[in-house]
Design a protein around this ligand. Structure first.
Ligand code: GDP
Ligand code: IMO
Ligand code: MG
Length: 434
């Protein structure tokens, strides 16, 4: 039985929510393996729109959903999301399982992040201010608190008080005037613990038993490969392993349990927050992409930076993840352009380069080399058959596919599940049927 990872091939917001929702009916369990409520995955089902932050998108079509050990969880955000889903008539209890090894975000993580981002002289990453980075810092520093600790009352008090003491030292050292009411936070988290308790378990055991009994797993990446802590545009990245390699670690399944990797990419590029973006369009065409594509953050509402399709970037993320197939989303957003620039190569200090620069300084100095492709100037919105695409739209896709060297198995032409084109003869369909 094939288990598949679906993840972002760019800087996030590629349309993973839609794609996971589309694929999920063929799977039994959908699993998030990294990140936290910095993610915002939009799923549109007829006139209803859901923005999922922590709960895997598979919950919407009745599948089991797992929040893996690789995540950092803000209990308040999670409880709020569960309540939102239940109010909308989606059954969550009994279907959502939370790893006992996932780490817990506290309000002081958010506060420290805000202050660290605003410090003069520091590179501002433009984070989502959800406390994600500081919580992962505590995880790696081996002083973090995990769901299992939160549920173990006496143990929690001890661990929490030690962590609070550490944070108080930091607060004083950095002369942060804002007081932190550690006792109130502790009491609040003891209450959250009781509400979350029925959903917390050893999800690695659950998933491995599911694999043994022939269940199919779909791993839902958050963020995107260029935001991956190791392979992205460091330091303008998130703090987790958003690439496919993060899936086995963040879910507790062997790498051999993953059979295929599907990358999701827009037909152009967007990025939220700071950091290099070689193909960013700072002119009115970039504005047009933002307006037509409604490119505003699903979590923070920030305008997304917009630019042109970047083939070297896709070749790089295909290398890191080993994409078996690509889903290209938001093709319809390009309908209006007479011609569409596509970046086909990078130059650095005037010389062509064939690798992704490692420093943000070099990455910021990259000069994109463009080829102009003719636009199709007709609506592709909502199309469902490949034959119905304008010839120039097909040529655009063929060009990307050929240059990236990975098949485009599926094309999204609108936010709804059925606004999708399956590529005739593509192997993606086979991968999903397996
Ligand atoms: P994610 O974080 O990767 O799940 O993506 P987001 O939900 O943050 O952003 C993608 C946005 O594009 C959402 O508002 C989707 O509803 C929308 N969307 C997804 N696919 C398409 C498409 O093919 N065309 C259009 N016009 N919108 C799309
Ligand atoms: P989804 O899953 C787009 C960006 C932030 C910032 C950087 C670090 O919806 O694609 P963080 O709060 O994670 O420490 O911020 O990462 N970022 C995202 N950008 N989509 C996301 O998630 C993102 N999650 C984080 O804007 O630049
Ligand atoms: Mg998003």
């Amino acid at each position: 039985m094939g288990n598949i990872v679906v993840l972002g091939a760019q800087w996030g917001d590629e349309g993973k929510g839609k794609v996971v929702d589309l694929f999920a009916e063929r799977f039994d369990i959908v699993i998030r393996y990294q990140g936290g409520h910095n993610a915002g995955h939009t799923v549109r089902i007829q006139d209803r729109q859901f923005i999922l932050k922590l709960v895997p998108s598979g919950i919407l079509c009745g599948k089991l959903a797992v929040i893996g050990n690789g995540l950092v969880i803000d209990p308040a955000a999670l409880l709020e999301e569960i309540e939102m889903l239940e109010k909308a008539g989606i059954q969550v209890r009994g279907r959502l399982f939370i790893s006992n090894r996932a780490h817990v975000i506290f309000p002081f993580h958010r506060m420290l992040e805000r202050i660290s981002e605003a410090r003069p002289g520091r590179l501002a990453i433009g984070t989502t201010s959800r406390g994600i980075g500081p919580c992962y810092e505590d995880k790696v520093a081996r002083r973090g608190i995990r769901m299992a600790d939160l549920l173990d009352r006496d143990n929690f008090r001890q661990l929490y008080d030690a962590l609070a003491e550490d944070k108080e030292v930091v607060r004083t050292a950095f002369r942060i005037g804002e007081p932190i009411d550690f006792a109130a936070i502790r009491a609040q988290y003891e209450e959250y613990a009781e509400r979350l308790r029925p959903m917390v378990c050893d999800t690695a055991k659950l998933l491995n038993e599911a694999i043994r009994s022939g269940r199919r797993l779909l791993f839902e990446g958050a963020q995107g490969t260029m935001l991956d802590i190791d392979h992205g545009t460091y330091p303008f990245v998130t703090s987790s392993s958003a690439c496919a390699g993060g899936a086995p670690i963040g879910a507790g399944v062997p790498p051999t349990a993953i059979h295929a990797v599907v990358g999701v990419s827009k037909a152009y590029v967007t990025r939220v927050g700071g950091g290099p973006f070689p193909t960013e369009a700072l002119d009115e065409r970039g504005e047009a992409l933002r307006r037509v594509g409604v490119e505003f953050g699903a979590v923070t509402g920030r305008p997304r930076r917009c630019g042109w399709f970047d083939i070297p970037l896709l070749r790089y993320t295909a290398m890191i993840n080993g994409f078996d197939s690509l889903v290209i989303t938001k093709l319809d957003v390009l309908d209006q352009f007479d011609e569409i620039p596509v970046c086909v190569g990078y130059k650095l200090h005037g010389q062509p380069i064939d690798e992704m620069p490692a420093t943000h300084r070099a990455m910021s100095a990259v000069e994109p080399v463009y080829e102009m492709l003719p636009g199709w100037r007709s609506s592709t919105f909502g199309l469902t058959r490949y034959e119905d695409l304008p010839t120039r739209a097909r040529q655009y896709l063929d060009f990307l596919e050929e240059r990236i060297g990975v098949e485009i198995g599926c094309i999204s032409t609108g936010p709804e599940r059925d606004q999708t084109i399956w590529r005739p003869g593509g192997k993606l369909r086979d991968l999903l049927e397996r």
